[in-house]
Design a protein around this ligand. Structure first.
Ligand code: NAD
Length: 284
């Protein structure tokens, strides 16, 4: 199966990065969100990112920023996904939101179109169960910022076929990504560990054991991490962190995944990290 046109659903932090990365590596992209203003913002952000990157690139045969941007069609209507060969879903990390999206995709996309869920924690088998194509549903957990991260966590749902995995791997290889394939389980490998770490780091802050700066400094200075857990939380988005921990709590029924009250309070206060301008740190 030849993948030419890729639908990207959800134009937030991840959808923007996935759409940009796809367009820069030869794919036609359809970027869909429910809000016009979010699509306008996404278009501007992609333009800025591509232009910024082009300053640092050399060579005559590369496509111009305008050519790349021209490959991305934006719409608030799912209808244009009828021409998608492959869809990457990046909507809000809430089951009630994601479960509305898949039946819609099912009714519009071609029968052989593959659905990839870019979820932080929701089991892929659960997502596949609300489609009629469980063998063509896969998890692709992209890392943020997408164009700069060379590895993805690929999740094999209970019914995901080998053919689907091969097609997804080929597409990701063209995007410059290596895949690490794991079996399906809430939070997969990365977020089952990372979300607990971040949540516990927020507890440290709530308990006034250390400042955010010092929590992060310990991870960077002592363990050689490039970013501390609270800086990472700001990059991901505190709302996405909270929703992911709630998914883990709900799926495992284990109190170790109870979200820290300070995290909940910050999300209620609109302190969502980089995307809102303020989280554990302040951004301009
Ligand atoms: P976000 O909140 O930045 O963006 C979500 C977008 O989905 C918003 O623009 C919203 O308008 C849109 N949306 C909501 N309902 C929709 C619908 N029915 N149809 C189309 N669009 C809809 O979230 P994000 O950080 O981009 O995360 C998206 C997904 O990627 C989540 O499942 C998240 O867990 C996962 N993820 C996030 C990160 C990260 O670092 N932020 C990393 C890997 C995976």
């Amino acid at each position: 199966m030849y993948i030419q046109t890729v639908g990207v659903v959800g134009a937030g932090v991840m959808g923007i990065g996935v759409a940009q990365n796809l367009a820069q590596t030869g794919y036609q992209v359809i970027l869909v969100d429910i809000y016009e203003n979010i699509l306008d913002k996404a278009k501007q952000e992609i333009k800025n990112n591509i232009r910024f990157q082009s300053f640092f690139k050399k060579g005559d045969c590369e496509e111009s920023p305008d050519d790349i941007i021209g490959k991305i069609e934006l719409s608030t209507s799912y209808k244009i996904l009828e021409k998608a060969d492959f869809v990457v879903e990046n909507v809000t990390e809430k089951w009630d939101i994601k479960r509305e999206v898949y039946p819609l995709l099912e009714s519009i996309c071609p029968a052989d179109c593959i659905f990839a869920a870019n979820t932080s924690a929701i089991p892929i088998t659960r997502i596949a169960s609300i489609t009629k194509r469980a063998d063509r549903v896969i998890g692709i957990h992209f890392m943020n910022p997408v164009p700069m991260k060379p590895i993805v966590e690929m999740i094999r749902g209970h019914h995901t076929s080998d053919t689907t995995i091969e097609i997804a791997k080929k597409m990701l290889a063209q995007m410059g990504k290596e895949c690490i394939i794991v079996n399906d389980s809430p939070g997969f490998v990365s977020n089952r560990v990372l979300m607990l770490t971040i949540n516990e780091a927020v507890f440290l802050l709530q308990d006034q054991v250390a400042t955010a700066e010092n929590v992060d400094k310990i991870f960077k200075g002592c363990f050689g991490h490039k970013m501390g857990p609270l800086e990472t939380a700001d990059l991901i988005g505190l709302d996405t962190i909270l929703f992911s921990i709630e998914v883990l709590y709900e799926n495992f029924n284990d109190s170790k995944y109870r979200p820290c009250p300070l995290l909940k309070k910050m999300v209620d206060a609109g302190l969502h990290g980089r995307k809102s301008g303020k989280g554990f740190y302040v951004y301009q």
